[in-house]
Design a protein around this ligand. Structure first.
Ligand code: ATP
Length: 239
């Protein structure tokens, strides 16, 4: 089943072109990654899907419904959650309070469901359970990233979009985050992942898209892109 379809998307910021005629598709249960250099337009793609930036052209379909003009907060309620780059957790609040805040604004989630959702996140992220009463600001970078993802999952979304979850983390922590992404998919979620760490992202993704200067330059199975000569040369640091 088709979860998300982005059709011929173009976005400009004033005279800067961020995306040109970009189309991607995500099926239910897939991990799809979008890779590309700095400024290629990856973040703009997610912001456009969440309707946080204005589109010049193009349509977004989520679960076959045209959401191109749906306000951002309603898109989240429909089951599409966006974990932005930079974590943006509340440092003065505890881990539990940060998680609880993830459900604010969704009246569909009843008070009694909140605890069940928190427990689900604790199962997935045992480290957060251990630190549930600790201030968000006192967590390590990797734990803060886990908290940001878990807070997104509190909306119980069908599709979770992750913007650079590995940014600034030590290699061993990066591996942990990627393993968690696989586990999240195993709980029945669909994942759209943006990454500069192309090698790791392609190795866990079912399919990937390569963005170059706002255009989709290449697409294919994760494993195929991983072995593609152009991808290797441009994004995987091979000679
Ligand atoms: P990065 O990995 O560095 O975050 P990215 O692939 O996510 O890069 P975007 O952040 O989508 O790329 O940026 C695409 C282009 O749009 C870049 O040239 C960027 O400088 C420009 N851009 C992004 N946001 C704005 C903005 N608010 N105003 C003007 N230009 C912007």
């Amino acid at each position: 089943m088709e979860m998300l379809k982005v059709q011929n998307l173009s976005v400009n910021y004033g005279y800067i072109t961020a995306l040109t005629n970009a189309s991607i598709e995500v099926d239910k249960g897939e991990i799809i990654t979008l890779i590309g250099s700095n400024g290629a337009g990856k973040t703009t793609m997610l912001m456009s899907i969440s309707n946080l930036v204005q589109k010049n052209q193009g349509q977004i379909f989520f679960k076959e419904k045209n959401i191109s003009k749906v306000p951002s907060h309603k898109i989240v309620k429909n089951g599409l959650c966006h974990v932005p780059e930079g974590r943006k957790i509340f440092p003065a609040l505890t881990v539990y309070e940060n998680l609880w805040l993830g459900t604010i604004g969704n009246q569909n989630i009843k008070k009694k469901d909140v605890q069940e959702l928190v427990e689900k996140q604790y199962d997935l992220f045992p480290r957060l359970k251990e630190r549930r009463n600790q201030g968000g600001g006192s967590l390590s970078g990797g734990e803060q990233q886990m908290l940001a993802i878990a807070r997104g999952l509190m909306m119980d979304p069908d599709l979770i979009m992750l913007d650079e979850p590995s940014l600034g983390l030590a290699p061993i922590v990066v591996e942990e985050i990627f393993e968690l992404i696989l586990k999240i998919r195993d709980t029945g979620k669909t994942v759209l992942l943006i990454e500069q760490n192309a090698a790791m992202a392609l190795s866990i993704a079912d399919r990937g898209y390569v963005l170059q200067n706002g255009r989709i330059a290449l697409q294919g199975k994760g494993i195929e892109l991983l072995h593609n000569e152009d991808v290797k040369r441009l994004y995987l640091g091979a000679d």
